[in-house]
Design a protein around this ligand. Structure first.
Ligand code: ZN
Length: 267
């Protein structure tokens, strides 16, 4: 009976020790889970910064010539905050009379409308003819992105080890530069060629596998090509899409790119 009692006592202690060990193991696992949860959230924040859309703001009624880029700049609000607050799928498609919620704004402001550059203005942007340069081709690209400008692509191309902006000119779509705004890249300023000699690179912001070129972009492109052709005697047959270059496997500048309409306009 004594040994039996002793055994019972022992097994009770064993059970207690087992329960305590189990409790500590559970605590350890829980602690690990909490650490993993915090790390996961921190990592998520580092890769995809999420800025909360403020609930206070004003409604701006879009008027003619007011691009999302201009509106965001005037109100000093990140363009993506306006896009998110208004659930805009295509940032190039804001229409006259459309109310846009501007988060954080206290009062409505006047937004200066953009007037696309006429040929004389484009001539100024391109600058005088460089007699040391022999430009023979013009290749047309799209950015394959919904947003962009020269500075954004310069940063992206630098990160990809391309030595900065690949294109000589970038034509905006009203998101991060004006609709039809012609921006000059450093390669044009320095008259530097890309991997294809004598070939001027023009990029239009947008994904023309999904969108259409805007009228302002179309006109700016025609004006720009006219100026370049006049300065460097580039024949119409040397104007090409990126995908027309032999050996280039690409869809650039997209299926909706109105190449025939551009050629017809240039004739
Ligand atoms: Zn391309």
């Amino acid at each position: 009976m004594i040994s039996c009692k002793k055994n019972l006592k022992e097994s009770g202690r064993c059970l207690m020790r087992y329960r305590t060990a189990f409790f500590y193991e559970m605590l350890k696992s829980l602690r690990l889970l909490i650490i993993l949860f915090i790390l996961f959230n921190l990592w998520g924040c580092a890769t995809a910064p999420y800025r909360r859309v403020p609930t206070q703001g004003v409604y701006h009624i879009v008027e003619s010539g007011q691009t999302l880029y201009r509106i965001a700049k005037t109100y000093n609000v990140d363009v993506n905050i306006i896009i998110r607050a208004n659930q805009i799928n295509d940032p190039t498609k804001i229409s006259v009379g459309q109310p846009l919620f501007i988060p954080g704004a206290k009062t409505t402001l006047w937004v200066e409308p953009y007037r696309p550059a006429i040929q004389e203005a484009v001539e100024k942007i391109v600058g005088p003819k460089n007699y040391d340069s022999v430009w023979r081709y013009i290749t047309l690209h799209h950015s394959a992105t919904l947003q962009g400008n020269a500075a954004r692509f310069d940063r992206d191309h630098r990160n990809r080890g391309m030595g900065g902006l690949f294109y000589h000119f970038v034509i905006g779509n009203g998101t991060l530069s004006d609709d039809g705004e012609v921006e000059v890249g450093w390669r044009w300023k320095k008259q530097t060629q890309v991997n294809r000699p004598y070939d001027i690179q023009i990029c239009l912001v947008g994904n023309f596998n999904e969108q259409q070129l805007s009228d302002a972009q179309f006109n700016a492109l025609v004006n720009l090509i006219n100026v370049l052709r006049k300065q460097y005697n580039i024949p119409l047959t040397n104007i090409r899409r990126h995908k027309d270059i032999k050996g280039c496997i690409t869809e650039c500048p997209g299926d909706f790119f109105p190449f025939d309409r551009i050629l017809a306009q240039l004739k």
